[in-house]
Design a binder for this molecule. Structure first.
Ligand code: TXA
Ligand code: MG
Length: 357
C-alpha cells in the first residue's frame, strides 16, 4: 500500500510530467498514457521501483516487463547487439506499438525487469506524454500495462484509478489511448520474425518492410505462443502466455464465422441464456446490433473497421462487469490487420470458448 495516488488532469500535464518525473527518479511508480494502453512505469535500473510495480499489479515475478525509451539511440545501452532486420523494424515502426525482444546487455537494468531471462523487451512509445516523462526522468522506464494482473489493460486514466488507486504514486491523464490494444511483441531470429504477441503493428505491416527474405511467424490461433519451427532455431516464447488475461467475471463465448449464420447463432445463445435467467450482453458489430435483444448490446464498430473494436474492447469488457452481466456473447471480426490482435484478445477473454459457424 502506497497511500495517496496523485492524479494529474489533462490541463495540468505540463507540471504533472515534471512532478511525476521527480517521483520516478526517487524510485516511485507512475501510470502514464501511451498510444496503446496506459503503462505503469518505474526506473528500470532501480530494483525497489520494479518490485513496487510487481506488487501493485499483483503480477507473477516470472513475467518480464517491457522497457520504454524515448529515443532509438537508447536501445544500444540496453541490448547486447541489434541485427540488420531489427534495425529495419526500429526505423520503420519506432516510435510506435512494436516491442523488440533483444539479447540483454549485462547489468543494463534490474534483473527483475527481465525475470532473469537473457533477453530484454524494448519499445519507443508514440505518445508525447510518455516520451516527455521518460526524457525528464532520465531513465528507461520498465512499464507493464497499468492494470491489476488478470484485468483488461487500461485505456483511460479512470481504469487505472479503478484498479490501482492507493497502490501507485500517481497517474497522468492523457485521455483515451488510441490503439486500445497492446504493442506487438516480436523476436527476430536469423531471418525469421516471430510474433510473440499480436498487437498494434500488424503482420501485414511487418511483411511490407521486412523484405522478401524475412519470414513472419505468427502464433497459433488464440495463443501468444509461436509454433514450433523445423529449422535450427527453437521457437521463442513469451512468458506472459501462460497467464489468463482479460476475462470478464461473466461467462463469455465468441461466435465467429459468416455473418448471416453468426447472427442466427448469437440470437439462439441469447434466448438460451435468458431462459436460464442470465443477464446477457452482446459485443456486436455495428451492422448486427439491430438483430439482438439482450440486456445490453455494445456496438463495437463496423465489421470493416476492426480498429474501432480494438480501440473500445477493454473499456467494454470492464463495462460488462460494471453492468453485472453474467453471460456475454461476442462476435468475431475478420482477422486481417489489427483484426488479428483483436481476435487474440477476444479469444483470451472468452477463455478459448468459441463457436465457429
Ligand atoms: O503496449 C504495450 O506493450 C503496453 C504499454 C504500456 O507499452 N505494455 C504491455 O506490457 O502490454 P505487459 O507487461 O502488459 O506485457 C508485456 C509482454 C508480456 O506478454 C511479457 O511476457 C512479454 O511482453 N515480454 C516482456 N519481456 C520479454 C522477454 N524478454 N521475452 C519475451 N517476452 C517478453
Ligand atoms: Mg498487461
Amino acid at each position: 500500500m502506497i497511500g495517496k495516488t496523485n492524479y494529474w488532469p489533462a490541463e495540468q500535464l505540463q507540471a504533472g510530467v515534471l512532478e511525476a518525473a521527480a517521483v520516478l527518479a526517487e524510485g516511485g511508480i507512475i501510470a502514464f498514457p501511451t498510444e496503446t494502453v496506459y503503462g505503469l512505469g518505474g526506473d528500470a535500473g532501480n530494483t525497489k521501483a520494479v518490485e513496487r510495480i510487481f506488487a501493485a499489479k499483483g503480477r507473477p515475478s516470472d513475467n518480464p516487463l517491457i522497457v520504454h525509451i524515448a529515443k532509438q539511440e537508447a536501445v544500444y545501452g540496453l541490448a547486447e547487439r541489434v541485427s540488420e532486420i531489427e534495425e529495419i523494424l526500429m526505423a520503420a515502426f519506432w516510435p510506435g506499438p512494436l516491442t523488440l525482444v533483444l539479447p540483454v546487455k549485462a547489468g543494463a537494468v534490474s534483473a527483475l525487469v527481465t525475470a532473469g531471462l537473457d533477453t530484454i523487451a524494448v519499445r519507443v512509445p508514440a505518445h508525447d506524454v510518455a516520451r516527455r516523462l521518460i526524457e525528464q526522468s532520465g531513465c528507461p522506464l520498465a512499464a507493464p500495462s497499468a492494470n491489476r494482473s488478470g484485468r483488461p489493460s487500461p485505456t483511460q486514466a479512470r481504469h487505472v484509478m479503478e484498479d490501482l488507486e492507493g497502490l501507485i504514486h500517481g497517474v497522468l491523464d492523457g485521455g483515451a489511448t488510441g490503439v486500445g490494444l497492446e504493442s506487438t511483441v516480436v523476436r527476430v531470429l536469423g531471418n525469421q520474425i516471430h510474433i510473440l504477441r499480436p498487437g498494434g503493428i500488424t503482420r501485414e505491416q511487418l511483411l511490407e518492410v521486412a523484405g522478401a527474405e524475412a519470414v513472419i511467424i505468427t502464433p497459433a490461433a488464440g495463443s501468444e505462443e509461436a509454433p514450433k519451427t523445423s529449422g535450427l532455431t527453437q521457437a521463442p516464447r513469451s512468458p506472459g502466455i501462460k497467464y489468463a488475461h482479460y476475462a470478464p467475471k461473466g461467462e463469455m463465448v465468441l461466435v465467429t464465422g459468416h455473418s448471416d449464420e453468426q447472427i442466427a447463432v448469437v440470437q439462439e445463445k441469447i434466448v438460451e441464456a435468458k431462459r436460464r435467467g442470465s443477464m446477457v450482453g452482446v459485443l456486436s458489430c455495428t451492422e448486427h446490433t439491430v438483430y439482438y435483444e439482450a440486456d445490453f448490446v455494445f456496438d463495437c464498430g463496423s465489421r470493416n473497421h476492426p480498429e474501432l473494436a480494438a480501440h473500445s474492447l477493454y473499456g467494454i469488457l470492464r463495462e460488462c462487469d460494471e453492468r453485472g452481466l453474467d453471460f456475454i456473447i461476442a462476435e468475431g471480426y475478420p482477422e486481417q490487420g489489427i483484426g488479428a490482435a483483436l481476435m487474440n484478445r477476444l479469444r483470451k477473454a472468452a477463455g478459448g470458448h468459441e463457436i465457429t459457424v
